[in-house]
Design a protein around this ligand. Structure first.
Ligand code: NAG
Ligand code: NAG
Ligand code: NAG
Ligand code: NAG
Ligand code: NAG
Ligand code: NAG
Length: 640
C-alpha cells in the first residue's frame, strides 16, 4: 500500500533523529525548538518529528466563560493543536482604538490553551475570510473610496502595519520557541483566490511578520488547491500548505502541495468537518463516514491535519459575513458548521468518531469526555410593544441627524454596523401606487420603507429593487436600512452599506435627507429600555405590528443560568438582545436557522431577565418568544 510506505518513511525519520540527538544532546535539553525538516518531510519539535492533529476554534465566536470548556473537550478528543483566527475588526473597530479585554482577550485564550496542553496554529490575517464580517478587515478602511484592499495600496498597507505593530509584539512571547504554545503563524489567508495577486503585498507582509516575530518563527500560507491559487498565494520563505474537504482526492491535493513545496511536511490547513449556512439556502451538513475516511487516509500518510471547524460557535451581534457570487448572500447567526462540537459546545457523534480515528495514531488523554453543558427550557415569554423605531430616535440616535442633499453611506457617517434611518418627505401627492426604485442595486442590504407612519414594504439587494408607495406631498418618508454583514470573500469585499445611489420615486429623485446613525447597542448598554416604562398591555391590532418596531419582555430568575435556545416563532426578521447583549439576527421566515443560541452566562439566576427585540417587518399577534432546550437549525417556517 502506498499509504503504508509513506507512514514508514516518517518512522524512519524518527529513528534517524534519535541518532542525531546523541551528538546534539548538550544544547537540545534547554532549548524549545520548532521548525520544518525539509530533509525528512516533517515538522520538528524539540528535535523530534512532530505531526499535528488540530481543530479550528474562534474565540470571537464563543463567550469567554466557555473558552476553557471548549478547549478541554478538544484536548480530550486527542487533538494536540488548535487553529485560531484573529479578526482585526473585532479588536480595532474604531481606527486606533484597540480592545484586548473580556471576550477579546486573545492572550488569555492562548494562556488557557497552553494550560490545557494545546499548541496553537495562529492565523492573524490581516484578512481572515472566516465567514466573518468583511473577512475581519475593519470597515473604516473603506473611507478611502477606491482603496484596493489586500494589495500594496499605500493606505491599506499603512493601516495593516499599524495594526501588526500592535498585535504581533503581543504574540511574540507566545511563540513556542519563546516559551509559549504558538508553533506556526499564517500570513494572509487564501490569498491566491483574490483577484489582486499582488506579490509586493505578500512580500511586505513577510517583511512585517519577520520584523515583529523574528527569523525563527515558522510562517506559512494556505491556499485552495489549484495551481492559480497556489502561485498567487505562496511566497518563498512562507511554507505553502493547502486546504480541501471530503470531496477532494487527497493524493491529488497533496501532489499539488508538492509542486510548490517539493519537500517538507504535508499539511491540510482546512479539512472541512461541515459547512456554513446562508439565510434562505438549504442547511449544510458533511457526513461522518466521509469525514472519517479522509481523516484516516491523511493521518496514515503522516500528513498534518487541521479540522475546520472543530467548534464553530456563533456570529453574535453583527459579526456574520456574506458571500457574493451571483448574488449577495448573508451568513446566518449560527456558526454551528455541523462541527464535531456543536454551536453550544456539546460533543457530538462526529466528535466521538474522530476520537476513535485519532486513537489509532496516538494516545488520547485518559478520562471521560466532559459532558454537554446543561440546557434549560425557560418556556414562553410574552413581549410588549415598546414603540416603532421612528418614535425612538431621540433615544437611539443621540448624535442626531446629518443633513445631506443626497444619501450618505454608513461608512461616510462612521456608523459601520447595524442600522441607519434615512428620512425625507414626499415631493408630490401619490394617490396611485407609485414605484420607488433602487437603481443600480444600490440598497445595501435591506430597506424598510414607511410613509407617514404607514409601512409600505421593503427593498432588498439583488432581490427586490422596486416597491409601490402612496402618500401626500410633504409626508414623512422613513427608510430604515440594515447592514446584513459585509462580503467576506472574493473581489467584492469593498462592500459599502446604506443607500449607495439616489432612490427614484416615480419621476423624482429623492433628495434632502436627514440621516440618523442609530446607536441601538449603546442605548441598550445604558439601560434602555427600562421594563418599568412599559405600558400595560392593551389590545393590539394587526396593523400596529408592522414595520420596524421594538418589543420587550422579562422573565423571572429561577436560580439557573443554563444554556437555552430562543425561538421567535412566527416573527419575521430582526435583531435580539438578552440582558443587554446582542445575540444576533433572527429570520425564521427565510431559515434554515430557527433558534438562536443563548449562552447560560447571559442569563441571570437571581435578577429579572430582559429580552429586547427589534422586529423589522411583522410581529405575530401572540407576541411570544420561546426558550427551548435544543436547537433547530434546519427548517423554514413558512414561505413569506
Ligand atoms: C505554557 O505551558 C508550559 C507548560 O506546558 C509552560 O512551561 C510555559 O511556561 C507556558 N507558557 C506560557 C507563556 O505561559
Ligand atoms: C485519487 O487519484 C489517484 C490518481 O492520482 C487515483 O489513483 C485514486 O484512485 C484516486 N482516489 C480516489 C479515492 O478516487
Ligand atoms: C433539512 O430538512 C429538510 C426538510 O425536512 C430535509 O429534506 C433535508 O434533508 C435536511 N437537511 C439536512 C442537511 O439535514
Ligand atoms: C410611529 O408611531 C407613532 C406613534 O407612537 C406614529 O405617530 C408614527 O406615525 C409611527 N411611525 C412609523 C414610521 O411607524
Ligand atoms: C405597482 O402598482 C402597479 C399598478 O397598480 C402594478 O401594476 C405593479 O405590479 C405594482 N408593482 C409592484 C412592485 O408591486
Ligand atoms: C433587566 O432590566 C432591569 C431594568 O429594566 C434591571 O433592573 C435588571 O438588572 C435587568 N436584568 C439583568 C439581568 O440585567
Amino acid at each position: 500500500m502506498a499509504a503504508a510506505a509513506a507512514a514508514a518513511a516518517c518512522l524512519f525519520v524518527a529513528i534517524n533523529l534519535a541518532f542525531l540527538s546523541v551528538s546534539g544532546n548538550m544544547f537540545q535539553d534547554s532549548k524549545r525548538t520548532f521548525s520544518i525538516d525539509y530533509n525528512n518531510n516533517c515538522f520538528l519539535k524539540d528535535g523530534k518529528t512532530f505531526q499535528y492533529i488540530s481543530g479550528s476554534i474562534h474565540y470571537s465566536r464563543i463567550p469567554r466563560a466557555y473558552w476553557r470548556d471548549r478547549l478541554l473537550k478538544m484536548y480530550m478528543t486527542g487533538l494536540n493543536a488548535i487553529q485560531v483566527y484573529v479578526p482585526w475588526n473585532f479588536h480595532e473597530s474604531t481606527q486606533g482604538v484597540y480592545s484586548f479585554t473580556g471576550d477579546r482577550d486573545l492572550v488569555h485564550f492562548l494562556d488557557l490553551a497552553n494550560k490545557t496542553g494545546l499548541l496553537v496554529i495562529l492565523r492573524p490575517g490581516p484578512y481572515i475570510c472566516a465567514e466573518w464580517e468583511m473577512g475581519g478587515l475593519p470597515a473604516w478602511l473603506l473611507k478611502k473610496p477606491n482603496i484596493i484592499l489586500r494589495s500594496a495600496d499605500t493606505d491599506y498597507l499603512q493601516a495593516v502595519s499599524n495594526w501588526l505593530a500592535v498585535l504581533l509584539p503581543k504574540l511574540k512571547p507566545w511563540l513556542y520557541i519563546n516559551g509559549g504554545n504558538i508553533i506556526t503563524v499564517q500570513v494572509e489567508n487564501e490569498y491566491g483566490s483574490y483577484f489582486a495577486c499582488d506579490h509586493n503585498y505578500m512580500r511586505t507582509l513577510r517583511t512585517l511578520f519577520r520584523f515583529f516575530l523574528g527569523e525563527n518563527a515558522v510562517l506559512f500560507t494556505v491556499d485552495g488547491n489549484t495551481d492559480k491559487e497556489m502561485s498567487c498565494g505562496s511566497l518563498e520563505g512562507l511554507y505553502a500548505t493547502v486546504d480541501f474537504g471530503t470531496d477532494t482526492n487527497i493524493t491529488e491535493a497533496f501532489k499539488r502541495q508538492r509542486r510548490f513545496e517539493p519537500r517538507g511536511p504535508l499539511v491540510n490547513s482546512e479539512f472541512y468537518t461541515g459547512w456554513l449556512d446562508y439565510w434562505g439556502d438549504p442547511h449544510a451538513m458533511v457526513r461522518i463516514d466521509k469525514l472519517i475516511r479522509g481523516l484516516t487516509e491523511m493521518l496514515v500518510m503522516g500528513a498534518n491535519v487541521n479540522m475546520y471547524m472543530f467548534e464553530g460557535g456563533t456570529n453574535f451581534g453583527y459579526w456574520n459575513g456574506a458571500d457574493h457570487d451571483t448574488r449577495y448572500r448573508s451568513v446566518v447567526t449560527s456558526y454551528d458548521y455541523d462541527a464535531p462540537l456543536s454551536e453550544a459546545g456539546d460533543p457530538t457523534e462526529k466528535l466521538m468518531a474522530i476520537r476513535e480515528v485519532i486513537k489509532m495514531f496516538r494516545d488520547v488523554p485518559s478520562g471521560p469526555m466532559p459532558p454537554a453543558t446543561p440546557k434549560f427550557a425557560y418556556g414562553f415569554v410574552t413581549l410588549k410593544k415598546l414603540d416603532n423605531i421612528s418614535s425612538l430616535l431621540s433615544t437611539i440616535s443621540p448624535r442626531g441627524p446629518v443633513k445631506s442633499l443626497y444619501p450618505l453611506t454608513f461608512e461616510e457617517l462612521k456608523q459601520y454596523y447595524g442600522y441607519m434611518l434615512y428620512r425625507t418627505t414626499l415631493p408630490r401627492d401619490l394617490s396611485e401606487p407609485t414605484p420607488l426604485i433602487s437603481p443600480l442595486n444600490g440598497v445595501h442590504d435591506r430597506a424598510y420603507v414607511s410613509v407617514n407612519g404607514v409601512y409600505q414594504g421593503l427593498l432588498e439587494r439583488d432581490i427586490a429593487l422596486v416597491i409601490n408607495v402612496t402618500g401626500k406631498q410633504g409626508d414623512t418618508v422613513d427608510i430604515l436600512v440594515e447592514n446584513m454583514g459585509r462580503v467576506n470573500f472574493g473581489s467584492k469585499i469593498n462592500d459599502y452599506k446604506g443607500i449607495l445611489n439616489n432612490l427614484i420615486l416615480g419621476q423624482d429623485v429623492l433628495t434632502d435627507w436627514n440621516i440618523y446613525p442609530l446607536d441601538i447597542d449603546g442605548a441598550i448598554a445604558r439601560g434602555w429600555p427600562h421594563s418599568n416604562s412599559l405600558k400595560p398591555k392593551s389590545h393590539i391590532k394587526k396593523d400596529e405590528l408592522v414595520g420596524p418596531t421594538f418589543y420587550m419582555g422579562t422573565f423571572p430568575p429561577n436560580g439557573l443560568n443554563w444554556d437555552t435556545f430562543l425561538k421567535l416563532h412566527e416573527w419575521t426578521k430582526g435583531q435580539v438582545w438578552i440582558n443587554g447583549v446582542n445575540l444576533g439576527r433572527y429570520w425564521p421566515a427565510r431559515g434554515p436557522q430557527q433558534t438562536l443560541y443563548v449562552p447560560g452566562p447571559l442569563i441571570s439566576p437571581t435578577q429579572i431577565n430582559n429580552i429586547t427585540v427589534l422586529e423589522l417587518e411583522r410581529a405575530p399577534t401572540h407576541l411570544r418568544a420561546l426558550f427551548m432546550d435544543r436547537p433547530l437549525l434546519n427548517a423554514t417556517a413558512s414561505k413569506s
